[in-house]
Write a protein that binds this ligand. Structure first.
Ligand code: UD1
Ligand code: MG
Length: 453
């Protein structure tokens, strides 16, 4: 709830064609930090506890239906006749709703909750504005619609294509976002026409209609143009990703992590880092990673869907895939891949290893080059390794297989049957020992070569 204590509904516009993305994926589902941009926006708005959420869609509605599930309603706009027409499509979904309506753009994903709240608070100011417009002052006003305002009151909203030279000289631009009272919104929209340069029903015209009725319309100006930046192309997507990462890195350092080269570390939207975590150069976090206190992540690691308990160490050059769990003080070293596998406290896999669908007991030591053979081309199988077991280098553990506690698997073994607690398992051919054979071989061959000259 906002401080205004009015119920809130969101109308998120996402019916635009997104042509410049040149993509089969709906524009608002393109990910930033591993999460669709629309979900970033909804998460910020969710902090205001909206009672209703309506997303206005055109093409690609099945993709949005799948991504949103029951978390929001969809309203279809077909054909797309402008932003005002788009908001009108939410009328059915908002029937009987008399609270505040916040109109957002699905391709403007990083509006802060505080900014949304400021707009709603302004809507409940003593002068009771009919509409609150969120504006900004970009470096270059380009094609944005202009907000002609004086002393915080909007006199006129005008699209770039319809504006006079004097109006275009105005630097205050419309972000597109608005707050309106639910019981007035659709009445205002019904009075908006399309007699303009683009032949569209402009949402911005509700301000002009309300002004005509002698109502006050207010402007809230954000001091951070980045938060209202729209994403229309892959280049703008990459810029938005860059800005998000920059902020996240600063946050990580503020929270007590050391990033040796911050600009080379890439976080996901939900990465959790504890205190006194060191992240070296060129580390990539995919979604679903939790890192506890006192963890070191060495250079060049790729980590996704993993949990690292305190005192663990990873890399350099390690890959942790979904379901990787390192319990306290476990270690994973260079060129090790871990997938759906737990290394219990103090277990170590320091070099050149694949651990998939495995459970590695506390204090176990996995030698260099160990591979869990977890897949037969049809099904996956588990490998269970007991506490303090020692797996010799270059062993193949052919799952399903169990290695007992304190057992030793000799280097180079291919183990396909369970190993009991305390057992030594050696699976390799008997050694042939021939003392002096090499010396005799060399002598004979050298003689032969000399004879041929
Ligand atoms: C709109 C504003 C302009 C503002 C600019 C900010 C109007 C008339 N103009 O411009 O003042 O400066 O945003 O970026 O409101 N959409 C639909 N259905 C439609 C048309 C658009 O859902 O029929 C959605 C788009 O998906 C997008 C948003 O509305 O999320 C804005 O559309 P876009 O065409 O980018 O904005 P403009 O009309 O150029
Ligand atoms: Mg347009």
């Amino acid at each position: 709830m906002t401080d205004t204590a009015s119920p809130l509904a969101l109308v998120v516009l996402a019916a635009g064609k997104g042509t410049r993305m040149k993509s089969d994926l709906h524009k608002v589902l393109h990910p930033i930090a591993g999460r669709p941009m629309l979900m970033h926006l909804l998460a910020s708005a969710d902090a205001l506890e909206p009672q209703r959420k309506v997303v206005v869609v055109g093409a690609g509605r099945e993709q949005l239906a799948a991504a949103l599930g029951t978390s929001a309603e969809l309203a279809v706009q077909d054909p797309q006749l402008g932003t005002g027409h788009a908001v009108q499509q939410a009328e059915g979904a908002l029937a009987g709703f008399a609270g505040d309506v916040l109109i957002l753009y699905g391709d403007v994903p990083f509006v802060r909750t505080e900014t949304m709240r400021a707009m709603l608070e302004r809507l409940h100011g003593p002068d009771k504005p009919a509409v609150v417009v969120l504006a900004f002052e970009p470096e270059d006003a380009l094609q944005y619609g202009r907000v002609i305002a004086q002393g915080g009151a909007v006199q006129k909203m005008v699209e770039h294509k319809d504006a006079t030279e004097a109006e275009r000289a105005c630097r205050l631009c419309n972000s597109g976002l608005m707050a309106v009272r639910g019981d007035e919104l659709f009445k205002l929209l019904a009075r908006v026409g399309n007699d303009n340069a683009q032949g569209e029903y402009y949402l911005t015209d509700i301000v002009n209609v309300a002004n005509g009725d002698g109502r006050v319309c207010a402007v809230v100006v954000t001091d951070d143009p980045d938060e209202v930046a729209g994403i229309n192309s892959r280049a703008e997507l990459a810029e938005a990703e860059g800005r998000w990462q920059k902020k996240r890195r600063l946050q990580a350092m503020a929270d007590g992590a050391s990033l040796v080269a911050p600009e080379t570390v890439w976080f996901a939207w939900d990465t959790q880092l504890g205190r006194d975590v060191t992240v070296e150069q060129n580390v990539v976090f995919g979604p679903g990673v939790t890192v506890a206190d006192n963890v070191v992540i060495h250079a060049f690691c790729h980590i996704e869907g993993a949990r690292l308990a305190s005192g663990t160490s990873v890399g350099p050059f390690a890959r942790l895939r979904p379901g990787a769990v390192l319990e306290e003080k476990a270690r994973v070293g260079n060129f090790v891949e871990v997938k759906n596998a737990v290394l219990h406290a103090g277990a170590k896999a320091n070099h050149l290893t694949y651990l998939g669908d495995a459970d590695v007991g506390a204090g176990a030591n996995i030698g260099a080059g160990t591979i869990t053979c977890n897949y037969d081309g049809y099904f996956k199988y588990r490998t269970v390794i007991g506490e303090r077991a020692f797996i010799g280098s270059n062993s193949a553990l052919i799952a399903p297989v169990k290695i007992g506690a304190d057992a030793i698997v000799a280097a180079g073994s291919a183990v396909s049957r369970d190993v009991a607690d305390g057992e030594l398992r050696l699976v390799r051919a008997e050694q042939l020992v021939k003392p002096g054979w090499a010396d005799r071989f060399h002598d004979a061959m050298k003689r032969k070569k000399a004879e041929r000259k």
